[in-house]
Design a protein around this ligand. Structure first.
Ligand SMILES: [Zn+2]
Length: 80
């Protein structure tokens, strides 16, 4: 019987040690009030667009851009 637990545990350990940075940039608007120009920005923008649609029946939109970074920049890691 082969033991597969060891590589899985190593993977879990490595992913726990990995520095991960995630950021979201959200812009949203209402096609009827502001066309394709953003009307709302920030973390609440998507919910605001949904609530504006609920309240007015207008067609609204939200664009979500997510950035993910793994690890440190070379200058943050120091020598090597
Ligand atoms: Zn509107």
């Amino acid at each position: 019987m082969t033991r597969r637990a060891q590589p899985d545990r190593m993977k879990t350990l490595l992913s726990a040690m990995r520095r991960t940075f995630t950021s979201r940039d959200i812009t949203a608007g209402c096609f009827e009030c502001s066309g394709s120009d953003p009307k709302w920005t920030g973390p609440q923008a998507q919910g605001t667009a949904a609530r504006h649609h609920d309240a007015t029946g207008h067609e609204t939109w939200a664009d979500v851009h997510m950035s993910v970074r793994y690890g440190l920049a070379k200058h943050e890691r120091g020598a090597s």
